[in-house]
Ligand binder design. Structure first.
Ligand code: CA
Length: 218
């Protein structure tokens, strides 16, 4: 899952981005509304975390302009106690909002819920044969036994599981799993696929020749 964080406060931006990366997300960063909008139009993010108060074009304007072209889920960070901000945010097309200063576990839960809803899969777990994927806990079990996956491995299998009827091309998987700061050694897709198959069964990821990858049955 790849996220965009748009926040003009450098410390907040880098700390939030690093927390999200620890959670296994690929994260792109933007320091103002213009850059945020450009990136949001250019890349298909799984969700966008967008601060309202930005220099140049503000968060409301970013959403309004984005919504003309795309329906990427947006979580808006508003000022506390500004109900007018929340109303305007939802009216301009935000999917959810959270007042600042926010509680980090709540922010993470809202991002997960936003991604699940937009994938049309509101449930927190999914079953594929002997394998169960828990999207909230970032856990996978095989016959009820927890299998240790790296954050990247979970991100990949979780992405496929969340869109169970879809086949992703390699390019789409790269776009959703790796961010602009990833070095080339981390984005070895074939290695991740092979490791996941060793851990969860060779049929958990199916290769559709000439098309790409999809979730299978563990
Ligand atoms: Ca701000």
């Amino acid at each position: 899952m790849r996220l965009l964080v748009v926040e003009d406060e450098p410390d907040l931006l880098s700390s939030l981005a690093s927390v999200l990366r620890e959670e296994g997300y690929a994260v792109d960063e933007a320091e103002d509304g213009e850059m945020g909008l450009q990136k949001a139009l250019w890349t298909d993010y799984d969700a966008i975390v967008l601060d309202v108060m930005l220099p140049g074009i503000n968060g409301f304007q970013v959403i309004e302009r984005l919504r003309v072209r795309k329906k990427t889920p947006v979580l808006l960070l508003t000022a506390r106690d500004q109900s007018s901000d929340r109303v305007r945010g939802l009216d301009s097309g935000a999917d959810d909002y959270l007042p600042k200063p926010y509680d980090l576990p709540e922010l993470l839960a809202r991002i997960r819920a936003l991604i699940r809803r937009s994938a049309g899969h509101p449930s927190a777990t999914a079953q594929f044969g002997r394998v169960t994927i828990d999207f909230n806990a970032h856990r996978a079990t095989l016959d009820g036994r927890e299998i240790a996956l790296t954050a990247r491995e979970f991100a990949l299998v979780g992405m496929l599981a969340q869109h169970r009827d879809r086949v992703f091309t390699r390019a789409q998987l790269y776009e959703h799993l790796f961010d602009e700061s990833d070095d080339s050694s981390s984005n070895l897709l074939d290695v991740h696929v092979s490791n996941i198959r060793k851990k969860l069964g060779k049929n958990i990821i199916v290769t559709r020749r000439g098309l790409g990858y999809g979730i299978g049955c563990g």
